[in-house]
Write a protein that binds this ligand. Structure first.
Ligand SMILES: [Zn+2]
Length: 205
């Protein structure tokens, strides 16, 4: 099992944890920002993190992993790779499927992905802030007839505030301190919040 320090070191090495003054997608301000894509771009890190996350579910039967696009794609693939072959495996291991938004913004299974009735599913995402994408993914799987056994994420930033209807475990708890802009201590010091995002990814080392 990876230790918390080892996990953090991978994130820090990859520049995936930033300290500064950020405006999050929610509009709230925060002094730290985590961009999992920056650590997952390195295959050896992604593989190790996937193995460690998969270990949390070693007592759960998993026939398929389903992740929300885009954030969940790489970690979903790596968790699936680390899981033991399901019964009646086709030789490819545990399948890693993903849901994505359709034109109306609804999460849905596309590309011919299918969840079979009573298939045991593990839902995997990179970060939980509100857990909304994981909850949507659970709904899509259940509507397709699958059985969601558990949900996992690399990082839980909610401070344990999310209540999922299924067993849920994260590899790392990193509660986010964030503020409404009018209450933000960083703004009060005269700073200006920046929006991390695609530009942030391009300027990363
Ligand atoms: Zn601020």
């Amino acid at each position: 099992m990876l230790k918390r320090e080892e996990i953090l070191k991978m994130f820090e090495t990859a520049g995936a944890i930033r300290h500064g003054h950020f405006e999050l997608t929610s509009g709230r301000h925060s002094g730290t920002y985590v961009q999992c894509a920056l650590v997952l771009q390195y295959p050896r890190f992604a593989e190790k993190l996937g193995q460690a996350l998969a270990e949390l579910f070693s007592d759960v039967r998993v026939d398929a992993v389903v992740s929300p696009a885009m954030g969940g794609l790489i970690i979903g693939q790596e968790v699936a790779r680390a899981l033991p072959d399901p019964k009646n495996a086709l030789g490819g291991g545990v399948p890693a499927l993903f849901v994505e938004r359709d034109a109306s913004g609804m999460m849905t299974l596309r590309r011919g992905f299918e969840v079979r009735p009573d298939q045991h599913v593990l839902v995997v995402e990179d970060v939980w802030t509100t857990g909304g994408s994981t909850m949507e993914t659970v709904r899509v799987v259940e509507e397709a007839g699958g059985r969601v056994m558990a949900a996992g994420a690399l990082i839980d930033r909610s401070g344990g505030a999310i209540e999922f209807d299924v067993e849920a475990q994260s590899l790392l708890e990193m509660p986010i301190s964030n503020y409404e802009p009018e209450d933000c201590p960083l703004c009060r010091q005269g700073g200006v919040a920046i929006k991390p995002g695609s530009r942030f990814a391009r300027t990363a080392p």
